[in-house]
Design a protein around this ligand. Structure first.
Ligand SMILES: [Fe+2]
Ligand SMILES: [Fe+2]
Ligand SMILES: [Fe+2]
Ligand SMILES: [Fe+2]
Length: 322
């Protein structure tokens, strides 16, 4: 087997990280579009596994001396019905399986091979799951069409559009999703960069990245439930190399976000949308305090001048943006 050099391996791992990132977002989007239910939960669980793959592969990039990437690869946004979305996810898994099978013919390092084999087994399982979801959603759609044909009233119900969402609610949820997406990526990168320095900090950052993913889910379901698209772009990331600077940036992010959510809550209209923003706000305050404790643990003596400056967002500054 040809042994690929470090630069070649990093390049291959970067391509894989971009695809894992794309799968994570594609599956989350599909789960939110399908609304509450068992299937949406199962798809979210698969997305969490893609997040774990992203973490494992990024750790390898750092270990080999490369820079982790937060770029996203091809994300398939096509399809109008659940069976079509599930078919797109089957195709994404097929691409992943082919990529990892190809990688195993070029990688000799036994530890890296073991990790790739582990990921490949997950992708094969996901492929089977999504193929099953295609069948399941197709049958569900057929049953719905039959029920609608049997009851002309149901046709009218199915055709009824979701009530329009107030602009302020939509703005809050859009801002929130772009923020949560940034928090997920920022904490993931900070998590694999701090792994060798402090395992507790690293694992806490990973856990809170998953918590931010839940927030994104709450907001995504609210938006999509009202017939709106969820944004697929994230706010800028702060990615310093020093763990203390990372935690300071994370505290600043949480602090600014809790304040921003507080401002939105004062103006929001829909109780459901307002409720999820308020729930997230409470958890952001917990994150801020948690990161503060982790920072103290890292730097028992902090100089007052090292305190982070707080980034302040206001709805007004947002509106002035082009
Ligand atoms: Fe994956
Ligand atoms: Fe997968
Ligand atoms: Fe959050
Ligand atoms: Fe947070």
């Amino acid at each position: 087997m040809p042994q690929t050099d470090n630069a070649g391996l990093i390049q291959m791992l970067e391509a894989a990280v971009k695809d894992e990132h794309a799968a994570l977002i594609q599956y989350l989007r599909h789960a939110y579009m399908m609304g509450e239910g068992e299937l949406a939960c199962e798809i979210e669980a698969i997305a969490r596994e893609e997040m774990r793959h992203l973490w494992m592969l990024s750790r390898w990039i750092v270990r080999l001396g490369g820079q982790p990437t937060t770029d996203r690869g091809f994300t398939d946004l096509a399809g109008a019905t659940s069976p079509e979305w599930m078919q797109r996810d089957v195709a994404a898994e097929e691409r992943a399986i082919a990529m990892y099978e190809g990688y195993l013919t070029q990688i000799a390092d036994p530890d890296l091979r073991a990790d790739i084999e582990h990921i490949l087994a997950d992708e094969r399982r996901h492929h089977g799951d999504f193929a099953h979801f295609v069948d399941k959603t197709t049958l569900e759609m057929q049953a719905m069409a039959e029920a609608a044909a049997a009851d002309s009233g149901a046709v009218a119900d199915a055709g009824a559009a979701a009530p329009a969402m107030a602009a302020v609610d939509q703005e809050a949820l859009n801002w929130g999703i772009s923020h949560e997406y940034a928090a997920i990526l920022q904490y993931l990168v900070h998590s694999f960069l701090t792994m060798d320095k402090d395992e507790e900090i690293s694992s806490q950052l990973m856990t809170q990245a998953i918590n931010e993913m839940q927030h994104m889910g709450w907001f995504g379901e609210e938006l999509v439930g009202s017939g709106e698209e969820m944004p697929l772009t994230h706010h800028p990331l702060t990615l310093p190399t020093d763990p203390a600077a990372m935690l300071e940036a994370d505290i600043q992010l949480e602090n600014g976000t809790a304040a921003m959510y507080g401002q939105f809550i004062e103006q929001m209209v829909d109780p459901g949308a307002k409720g999820v923003i308020d729930d997230a706000r409470g958890q952001e305050l917990y994150h801020e305090a948690l990161f503060g404790r982790l920072l103290k643990r890292l730097k028992p003596v902090t100089s007052p001048t090292a305190a982070p400056t707080t980034k302040v967002w206001t709805i007004g500054t947002l509106k002035r943006k082009p």
